[in-house]
Design a protein around this ligand. Structure first.
Ligand code: NOJ
Length: 889
């Protein structure tokens, strides 16, 4: 639980001239809850009866009770209450977390809901005695409630389901202007909460940015809104709403000041956007305290700047700074056009401001796109969340849990294959690349996922599986059935060797020969994986063209990039020459030993693949898409060859998954690749293909601590970082009962089996850990209560809390060169990037490191202590700190 600095908050909020800030905060908070739940509908009942009661919702809202999964926020002025109707215990957890983080209780959960989850207001208050209890009731149409005039509009606008326009019910309205101006203050309040809480921009940062931009525009329009109070007549429609009458517009610049005062990052961004970077060096505004102290001066300066441009100038300037026009901040149309939205669902807000790297990028102008420095999250779909009780995770299940990812603070999710498949390799055997397998949902479900993810500022990267298809793919069915037909050459067929055996000595990644004989035709087909996964022939133009089509298909559906399965293996040696054998080989050996028995000169990493990557790059660049290859290459120089500047944007660097917990090993897999490849690297400590990092790196909590420490080291380096689902909960491998394994690899080599890392996500306590209401597809022992998301989310000292704070700090990493400052020896691996320092202690003993006198600890794993010019790192601990000076500590 963080402590809200009430004095500071009140100080900042004072400038917003909001009489009762607790009320104001509750609105955004409720809205955030809705956002996190992926709310479909905001139902607003206005005072009076008959046609004064209105409901707004997106077009698909059927005006009845709505689909069962719909969540409601009902604002009812007559009853003076706000009700969050939450249908799932986990959702209540989200709601409570938001409330607790902000030190604000959302009271008036519907009594029934509260009872259902065994909660009441008193118990919440007892849990957090220091809490500011806030009621959002009482926003009537007169008296104090009038302070919240336009509140219903706000909730809709803020939850992203309504454009704020200049019209209400087809009539010109000035309410829009009032609303937008109010939004300014409300967003500022959210921003302040977020920034004060962490003293930086956290996962809520995007709201703050939006606020900033809205504020700037609202500031420009201040004159227009100032007239609202004067000429609004009471009436029955929103534009004549009686409660508007006492409305006094907030001074928009105050919103900006308040935001700027709360966050150094935003202050910088703000000054840049306003073209006044010099303010960052101005002693009057040097730090937050100074800005608060000089707030009046600053407000005056801001107003002067804002007055120096037209609306069009500012819109252009904001766009140039990468701030997109979104549903709410399309302020211009709110004031100047008569275009009615009628509750139409707006386009999702762009994620351009979401990535920490982007903040750097926009300033430096060197990084025009979103992915440098981004953090991804691998969703192993089958095991993430099941929505329909069939025991298999699916797209609607994932959509319903997106709030978990947004809360964690990642920038994108990578979803494992959901395409039509017979599931021989659980989806990596694709039979129809442009479909959704019915196990996982429908194409509509996919669209819904993308839309919801984008609304939460999460990008969606999908898996592309180009090395092979399923043997049930129509092409392969035809190729097998008709050796003379068109499709035959789209795969790799060869006559047997003279002894009747396979055409060469290549082996499958899953063990055994890579060739399977087709009795009918007498030829073998090549499969670097299962026989049911025949390799495509990338020398055939139809294959190349088909994948262009597949890429475009998904890009047009809104995906933000592709993880390229087995990117390094597309092309094989033209003559299919045997690999040099370097050790004895026996198909009964463990898979890894079989693989090591050959030098893989001819079967993988052929240079022709690079031409395909270039081709794809040209396609995705049009969509600002990101290509990250599954590049299994453990030599950094080999990686560099796979990643020329005009091909894949990035490649997974797997070496950190194959080391022991030793400082020299860690340096080996971090230092050289960083120097060679920088932000082209995709870092990860785990995936659905290997035992979870805490399982690999040590027993009990040591493994979890080491994994976190390794992630701390990775988080400060250039490159994309991808967490594997459950990593944020500190999960070790799940316990799959003997004989219950389902991975085809496990069937041939028990030790190599990948079931342990694929067991279902533990969302909550109880049956199937909240993953499904049915029987999970992969049986595994129930997780302990403290391993579940329900237990960890919202707890600062949980694994989730640590990862969440780490990702927030990652957004602040300066775009500076990496200087390794550890001397290349000793148990503490450490580097600095500009003023930011990162260190991890790999030893079983505590280590102390010298630091400057005035350092700020930005992130620390448990037990790290900052003393007089020394930082004490317990075993397996890690920390990130900043120095104020230019010189290294
Ligand atoms: C790599 C995937 O990550 C793995 O799960 C799969 O078995 C192989 N590619 C084959 O597609």
């Amino acid at each position: 639980m963080t402590t809200l600095d009430e004095r500071r908050l009140r100080g900042a909020l004072g400038h917003l001239r909001i009489a009762d800030f607790s009320r104001v905060l509750a609105g955004p908070l409720a809205t955030m809850v809705l956002g996190d739940l992926g709310a479909d509908v905001v139902k607003v009942e206005q005072p009076g009866a008959g046609d004064d009661t209105r409901t707004w919702g997106p077009p698909w809202w059927d005006d009845g009770d709505g689909p069962a999964s719909t969540y409601f926020l009902t604002l009812n002025r007559n009853k003076r209450s706000i009700a969050l109707d939450l249908r799932d215990p986990d959702d209540l957890v989200v709601a409570r977390r938001l409330a607790l983080e902000a030190d604000v209780v959302i009271d008036n959960f519907r009594p029934g809901t509260m009872a259902r989850f065994g909660l009441d207001r008193d118990s919440l208050a007892a849990e957090q005695p220091g809490i500011i209890t806030c009621s959002v009731s009482g926003f009537g149409s007169d008296g104090r409630g009038a302070e919240l005039a336009g509140y219903d509009f706000l909730v809709q606008a803020m939850s992203g389901i309504m454009h704020v326009t200049g019209e209400v019910d087809g009539e010109p309205s000035k309410v829009g202007s009032a609303v937008v101006d109010k939004l300014t203050g409300l967003y500022a309040a959210i921003g302040i909460l977020a920034a004060v809480e962490e003293r930086r921009v956290t996962g809520l940062g995007q709201h703050v940015e939006v606020s900033l931009m809205q504020s700037a525009l609202a500031g420009l329009l201040n004159v227009a809104s100032a007239h609202v109070a004067a000429d609004v007549d009471p009436g029955r429609h929103g534009n004549r709403h009686p409660s508007i009458a006492p409305y006094q517009p907030y001074r928009a610049a105050d919103g900006l000041v308040a935001v700027a005062a709360a966050s150094p990052v935003l202050w910088q961004r703000f000054a840049d956007v306003l073209g006044r970077s010099d303010w960052c060096d101005d002693p009057r505004f040097a730090d937050n305290e100074a800005r608060v102290a000089n707030v009046e001066v600053l407000a005056g300066e801001i107003e002067a700047v804002l007055a120096g441009g037209t609306v069009d100038d500012w819109v252009a300037r904001l766009q140039a700074a990468g701030i997109p026009a979104g549903p709410i901040n399309d302020v211009r149309s709110a004031f100047t056009t008569a275009e009615a939205s009628g509750g139409a669902r707006p386009a999702p807000t762009s994620t351009a401001t979401r990535s920490g790297a982007n903040l750097v990028a926009d300033r430096s102008g060197r990084r025009p796109t979103w992915w440098p420095g981004a953090t991804g999250y691998e969703v192993y779909l089958r095991s993430f969340a099941d929505s329909d009780g069939d025991g298999v995770g699916d797209l609607p299940g994932l959509t319903g849990r997106l709030h978990h990812l947004a809360e964690l603070g990642v920038d994108f999710l990578w979803v494992t294959p959901f395409y039509g498949s017979p599931m021989a390799d659980w989806g990596y055997d694709v039979a129809d690349h442009c479909s959704v397998d019915s196990t996982f949902g429908t194409l509509d479900d996919f669209d819904e996922l993308v839309e919801r993810a984008h609304a939460l500022d999460l990008r969606v990267v999908v898996d592309l599986v180009p090395n092979h298809t399923s043997d049930q793919h129509p092409w392969f069915l035809s190729a097998r059935a008709d050796p003379e037909g068109d499709h035959r050459d789209r795969y790799i067929w060869r006559d047997p060797a003279p002894d009747g055996g396979p055409p060469n000595n290549w082996i499958s990644h899953f063990g055994g020969s890579a060739w399977t004989l087709d009795e009918e035709s007498g030829q073998y087909h090549l499969h670097l994986f299962l026989p049911e996964q025949p390799d495509l022939n990338w020398r055939h133009p139809a294959v190349v063209e088909e994948f262009d089509r597949i890429l475009r298909f998904w890009l047009e559906r809104g995906v933000d990039g592709f993880r390229i399965d087995m990117a390094g293996t597309l092309f094989k040696d033209r003559d299919l020459r045997s690999n040099p054998q370097v050790a004895d080989w026996d198909p009964a050996q463990p898979i890894w030993e079989q693989w090591q028995a050959f030098e893989h000169r001819h079967d993988v990493l052929q240079p022709e693949s690079l031409d395909i990557f270039r081709r794809w790059r040209a396609i995705v660049d049009d969509h600002d898409g990101y290509l990250m290859g599954e590049t299994f290459e453990l030599d950094p120089h080999g990686m560099a060859r796979l990643l020329p500047g005009d091909g894949l944007h990035g490649g997974f660097w797997f070496a950190p998954m194959h080391i022991r917990w030793r400082a020299d090993a860690i340096r080996r897999v971090l230092v050289e690749p960083t120097a060679l490849l920088g932000d082209r690297l995709v870092w990860a400590t785990g995936s659905h293909d290997i035992a979870r990092a805490p399982t690999r790196l040590g027993a009990d909590d040591a493994g979890r601590q080491r994994t976190l420490a390794l992630n701390v080291l990775l988080a400060g380096l250039p490159g994309v970082l991808v967490l594997y689902q459950g990593e944020e909960l500190g999960l070790v491998d799940g316990d799959v009962p003997e004989g219950a394994g389902l991975d085809p690899v496990g069937a041939t080599d028990g030790a190599a089996g990948r079931d342990g890392c694929r067991t279902p996500m533990p969302w909550s306590q109880g049956r199937a850990n909240g993953f499904t209401t049915g029987a999970p597809w992969l049986r595994s022992a129930e997780r302990q209560p403290e391993e579940t998301a329900a237990h960890q989310v919202g707890r600062r000292d949980s694994w989730f809390g640590h990862y969440q704070r780490l990702l927030a700090v990652r957004r602040q990493v300066p775009d500076e060169p990496v200087d390794w400052v550890d001397g290349g020896e000793g148990p503490v691996v450490a580097y600095r990037r500009g003023v930011m320092h990162v260190a991890a202690n790999t030893s079983d003993e505590a280590s102390a490191i010298e630091v400057d006198a005035d350092v700020t600890l930005e992130f620390a794993t448990p037990g790290v202590a900052l003393g007089e010019q020394a930082l004490l790192l317990p075993p397996h601990a890690a920390a990130i700190w900043t120095t104020t000076g230019d010189e290294p500590a």
